[in-house]
Design a protein around this ligand. Structure first.
Ligand code: FAD
Length: 237
């Protein structure tokens, strides 16, 4: 045991081991780790080894989870020591509406930071076993709900909200919010479309819909992206 050292880390759990690893990675050589019993003898020994995005309410936590996952993947080639890590997906279950709301908010937050996730109705859990199934589901299933914008081609009508939206004469939703787009020269509506058969991008984006305004149907161009400044060039300039 040295009588002098630059750093002493007390404890031999995953946190202490991680501090020692990252310090030496940064070039620190004079690092001593003291464990009273045996490495990983504490809580770390009980850990199930799950690396999840559950409860990641800050960008820092998401970053730490992602860094840990990447490290678990690369450690074997770096050290020769296998971690046993398997990159599979995991399920979060909600049994109350309140819990569902919490999970939806968490999911939206981590999705914004690049963590892949998908909401499934209970009946579809059976088919979702593993990461490959998640990837297949994502590529094969079109969303059944989509929030879109439409621009009414005729400059006359005004949208107030509640007007039916139709495609090929079939009702798919209604205008949730409407306003007149003076720059675009027509009324613009925000709609939530619903179709059990699925709403793939090509069935919506750029497609001609009809808006029923007080009994008259007006052609309208649908867009998944905002109809005004879709690349946000003006707001960024
Ligand atoms: C049942 C269970 C399942 C879990 N599953 C997961 C999971 O799936 N995913 C996940 O991310 N987390 C999980 N956790 C939580 C996770 O295991 C802990 O958060 C983590 O292991 C804590 O690590 P640590 O290094 O802080 O503490 P510890 O692992 O407890 O390490 C502390 C170490 O310090 C030593 N020590 C204490 N005092 C001294 C001293 N004076 N001198 C020298 N050494 C000392 C102890 O002997 C011990 O080895 C789980 C926890 C439990 C209990």
């Amino acid at each position: 045991m040295p009588d002098r050292t630059q750093v002493v880390i007390v404890g031999g759990g995953v946190i202490a081991a991680s501090i020692a690893y990252h310090l030496t990675k940064l070039g620190w050589r004079d690092v001593v780790l003291l464990e009273r019993r045996q490495l990983t003898a504490g809580t770390t020994w009980h850990g199930a080894g799950l690396i999840t995005s559950a409860g990641m309410a800050t960008e820092t936590l998401v970053w730490m989870a992602r860094h840990t996952r990447d490290l678990c993947v690369s450690l074997e080639s770096e050290t020769g020591q296998a971690t046993g890590f398997r990159p599979i997906c995991h399920l979060h279950l909600a049994s109350t509406p309140q819990r569902m709301e919490t999970l939806r908010r968490e999911a939206a937050f981590v999705r914004g930071h690049g963590v892949d996730n998908q909401e499934l109705p209970p009946a579809e859990f059976g088919r979702l076993i593993g990461r490959d199934a998640l990837l297949a589901a994502r590529t094969s299933s079109a969303p059944k709900r989509r929030l879109i914008q439409v621009l009414v081609e005729d400059p006359e009508p005004i949208l107030y909200g509640g007007e039916p939206v139709l495609r090929d004469g079939r009702w798919l939703g209604s205008v949730r919010a409407g306003a007149y787009g003076h720059t675009l020269g027509g009324a613009v509506g925000l709609e939530m479309l619903e179709d059990e058969a699925g709403l793939p991008r090509e069935a919506v984006d750029g497609v001609r819909f009809e808006i029923d305004v007080a009994g008259t149907r007006y052609p309208a161009r649908a867009s998944i992206r905002p109809v005004y400044d879709p690349d946000r060039l003006r707001i960024k300039s």
